[in-house]
Design a protein around this ligand. Structure first.
Ligand code: CMP
Length: 139
């Protein structure tokens, strides 16, 4: 079924000038952009967004990284969106990501891995609502 996922182009990829190339890959793969904004997470925003990871040893590093510079947040629509987008971005660790995936092409490291992709339909909705109001989403 057609459904939605949520993505962020993370600060490393923005800093490295990869916004355009990443959006090109996303659209070429058949995802329809239904919401998009250039924004920056405050430290409090990043803490809240990554709350599920708060007991992890990398939480502090993750929050500092995700709030250090601007990001591009977007909601994407496609048949099988969550799973297909995770395939497109590749493994969390770019060294393990398949050839041609966004992380293989554009990520810096495990902790600075260029893009976010929701891991379930439920989280896609929660994460989209974190960044976008209903009237910022246009199908
Ligand atoms: P993502 O899956 O988008 O969201 C959680 C992020 O935590 C993940 O991407 C990585 O960027 C980061 N992460 C996961 N594991 C580690 C780790 N071992 N060390 C540092 N960062 C990590």
């Amino acid at each position: 079924a057609t459904n939605r996922t949520f993505t962020m182009i993370k600060p490393d990829a923005v800093e490295n000038g990869h916004i355009g190339a990443i959006i090109e890959k996303i659209q070429t793969a058949g995802f329809k952009i239904v919401a998009m904004k250039y924004t920056q997470l405050s430290e409090a925003d990043a803490k809240a967004f990554y709350e599920v990871h708060k007991e992890r040893p990398f939480y502090g590093e993750l929050v500092a990284f995700m709030s250090r510079g601007p990001i591009v947040a977007a909601v994407l629509e496609k048949d099988n969106a969550v799973e297909d987008f995770r395939t497109l971005i590749g493994a969390t660790n770019p060294e393990e990501a398949a050839e041609g995936t966004i992380r293989k092409l554009f990520a810096t490291s495990l902790s600075e891995n260029a893009v976010h992709g929701s891991d379930s339909d439920e989280n896609a909705a929660i994460e989209s609502n974190f960044h976008f109001s209903g009237r910022e989403i246009y199908a």
